[in-house]
Design a protein around this ligand. Structure first.
Ligand code: ADP
Ligand code: MG
Length: 497
């Protein structure tokens, strides 16, 4: 495990980078936004100002879309797949060479523990680039046997979908920016990235490396700015062919409406309310650790966080006590503090929202069965919390809290249909987690659960494993072959011989 104490020189450099004047990266150059204005970037660990990012708006978006279109039809169309692959691999190497800078910038701007940024976010971004780099040379179609009269040569080809707008949230800003950029560029698309207004810092650093490793101008563009202006301009722009979005279900719904103008292709990765099902035969020690990790990692700001625990009554008390003990022991503090195990949430708004949900749960009759201590100080800290006595009708059970709050419930019936029905009683369908040693129950439950990803006895993200949601958790899949094919249009060609 790498040292979790920040190197002071590297930290100074990161702060200096944050504090310098930032522009928008459009058509291979850094430009001032048309608005001439900027917005603040803050450290959620102590509320301090890190610097200012350029406030891109509709006019800047228009410029970026034109640049992306020109590159798409020109230089990028002429760039062979193997060269696209090399550029992506070179970017991965460049990030790896500066891995600690990225981890520090992510921690400064998002608040997450430096250890997590180093162990998860940055390595995941690097692996995602390398994984997708490999696909650039492997995308292709099929030859098709036609049955109509005559002799035919028919086949399919995959073409890049076009200009892509990638709109990403603040909970894993770097990993998610790369998760969208890597397959889009590998497939031959060009891109405009809009990071969340809370966390543009790692995207800014990324754009500098894109410049350094030599991507042709206009292939990757970065417009920092607000959702209602820059984001809205992107999703409404007739020059954008596809929007790939990760964020709230509410904004996802808005994007679907806005995309209807020119029928943009849309991939949406939205909210979740992932159930964690613990069967009576589960390895309880591992289930407790897994359940705690699933809800407290990133302070619960994970779309796939295991926020609803369903444990068999024979193991329910052990589970609740175990997770509550974890919550009680978790060191909550600033991401740069090496002792920190859970960081702050991203903003005061998010803090108020999470505390509001805990209050609402208690008001509606839930009990707090375990709660850690939120660090004092100016950061946006919330206590990791385990609620029991929660009912399927309560807001804490139905709505995505996006914080470290677990709703624990028990079941007495071993009937898998009944268990699945409880787990599926949600508008969401992103993930589901099952703990059992019974192979047959694992398989049968996996089939019954309405979720894009089912994990049995642990697991994390992998760039090869498709990820996405059933129901109101979204449209389409990211990662894997399906993830990159989502950046292509399929063309059928039939030639009468
Ligand atoms: P949250 O409310 O938790 O911040 P959002 O879904 O609002 O989550 O934000 C996710 C991303 O969507 C951010 O990059 C944000 O700027 C962007 N966004 C917000 N509103 C819009 C919108 N109307 N159109 C396009 N993008 C938006
Ligand atoms: Mg919002």
């Amino acid at each position: 495990m790498p040292d979790i104490v920040a190197d002071q020189n590297a930290l100074e450099n990161a702060r200096r980078f944050a504090g310098k004047e930032h522009g928008l990266f459009i058509d291979g150059v850094w430009r001032e936004p048309r608005s001439g204005s900027a917005f603040e970037m803050r450290n959620p660990g102590d509320g301090t100002l890190l610097g200012q990012a350029a406030k891109g708006e509709a006019a800047d978006v228009d410029l970026a879309v034109r640049a992306a279109r020109t590159a798409l039809e020109g230089v990028w169309a002429d760039t062979k797949p193997a060269e696209r692959a090399r550029l992506l691999w070179r970017l991965a190497d460049a990030i790896e060479a500066h891995a600690d800078d990225f981890a520090l910038l992510e921690t400064l701007n998002n608040g997450k523990p430096l250890r997590d940024a180093r162990l998860f976010d940055v390595p995941h971004a690097i692996e995602t680039l390398r994984y997708n780099s490999g696909w650039a040379t492997k995308l292709g179609g099929d030859t098709i046997n036609l049955s109509g009269p005559g002799t035919w040569h028919a086949f399919t080809v995959r073409e890049p979908i076009g200009v892509v707008a990638a709109i990403v949230p603040w909970n894993a800003p770097f990993a998610m920016s790369v998760a969208k950029m890597a397959p889009a560029l590998a497939a031959g698309c060009t891109l405009i990235l809009k990071p969340a207004e809370q966390t543009p810092l790692t995207a800014l650093r990324l754009a500098h490396l894109v410049e350094e490793v030599g991507f042709p101008k206009g292939v990757f563009n970065l417009v920092t700015g607000f959702g209602e202006t820059a984001g809205a301009a992107l999703v409404e722009h007739p020059g954008v062919d596809k929007v790939t979005f990760t964020g709230s279900t509410e904004v996802g719904r808005h994007i679907v409406r806005a995309a209807a103008g020119n029928f943009k292709r849309v991939t949406l990765e939205l909210g979740g309310k992932t159930p964690v099902i613990v069967m009576p035969d589960a390895d309880i020690t591992r289930a407790i650790e897994g359940a705690a990790r699933s809800i407290f990692t990133n302070a619960g700001q994970v779309c796939n966080a295991g926020s609803r625990l369903f444990a068999h009554e024979s193991v329910f008390d052990a589970l609740v006590e175990g997770v509550a003990e974890h919550a009680g022991k978790l060191r909550v503090g600033p991401g740069l503090d090496p002792a920190t195990q859970m960081g702050p949430v991203v903003s005061q708004e998010q803090k108020d929202r999470v505390l509001g949900y805990i209050e609402a749960g208690v008001r509606e009759g839930a009990r707090i069965s375990g709660q850690g201590t939120a660090a004092s100080g100016p950061g946006y800290f919330v206590p990791p919390t385990v609620l029991t006595g929660t009912l399927p009708t309560m807001s804490v059970v139905r709505e995505e809290i996006f914080g470290p709050v677990l709703c624990a419930m028990s079941f007495s019936d071993g009937d898998l249909d009944a268990i699945a029905a409880r787990a599926n009683d949600t508008d969401y369908g992103l993930g589901a987690i099952v703990w059992t040693q019974n192979l047959s129950a694992a398989h049968r439950l996996s089939r019954k659960l309405k979720a894009g990803t089912v994990r049995v006895n642990g697991g994390g993200l992998d760039p090869a494993l498709p990820f996405g949601g059933f129901k109101q958790s979204g449209w389409g899949r990211e990662n894997g072959r399906d993830g990159i094919e989502a950046y292509t249009e399929l063309k059928s060609i039939a030639i009468a011989l």
